[in-house]
Ligand binder design. Sequence first.
Ligand code: SF4
Ligand code: SF4
Length: 306
Amino acid sequence: MPSPIDYSAAGTVFNMQRYSIHDGPGIRTIVFLKGCPLSCLWCCNPESQNPKPEVMYQASLCIHCGKCIKACKFGAIDPQNAGLLDHTKCVACGECVNVCPAGALTMKGQRLTVEQVIQELKRDEINYRRSGGGITLSGGEPLLQSGFAVELLKACHAKGWHTAIETTAYASAEAIETVFPFIDLALLDIKSLNNEIHRKVTGVSNEIILKNAKRISELTETVVRVPTIPGVNASPEGISAICEFVLTLHRVKTVHLLPYHTYGENKYDLLGREYLMDANVSLSAEDAEQLKQIVESYGLNCVIGG
Ligand code: SF4
Ligand code: SF4
């Protein structure tokens, strides 16, 4: 008998994106969970990395009214430069966001219960049913909040909705074993087989990831996704090494090559952080096509984008 669903379980969510058609079958809602053990240089969602809620400041919207300075009881806002946050002092109480009349301050991340997320997802219930869609957990790394993820996924399955996850696979064995029985499709990121490069560009070793990838592919239908990054893996050698690894996984037949972009660059500024990736680096359509041919030469299906 399936265990009861804990609708009061709470997690930290930083976005819910409706009408997605790229992250699993049909029409989907992507639920972005906050917190990631990796810090990839090219990350387009840097607000996902910190597991706690945090404030983003958009200087172009600020009208310099000074209300945020008065509202902050923690001295986290520079009195000489309204809106500019000292993230080491900020406790994410949200007072400055509440008083800002210009929308220059936004809170990224809020605690939501399974019940609250399900209520939001229900708005698209008809679309899920008609298109065979459902929910995709993303992040950050959703497996960091495995307890919340399991209850949410159980609730989605109880409604008959398809479930998918975008994951780095950097997680405990326990998280893998508890979450994946409730996942219909895993979209599994592999960045590099070269551990030295992997550590340099993500901040962590790839050993746990490669080990977990094998187990995930045994538990769930899996598609491997590769963010194609020049200087990291977007080379014949880099992609070939990944393909050879994919062939060792259980019944994985498809690889998505995700073209490198710099869409998240301005968010680093809004968070008071530095964008360390070279913004001038790019991958041409011809280069992407060449990498696709390499993937296909291994007998794997390949989609650019995915
Ligand atoms: S969220 Fe709270 S602690 Fe942080 S800057 Fe705003 S008022 Fe200050
Ligand atoms: S409250 Fe908003 S608009 Fe006013 S100074 Fe602060 S950030 Fe700028």
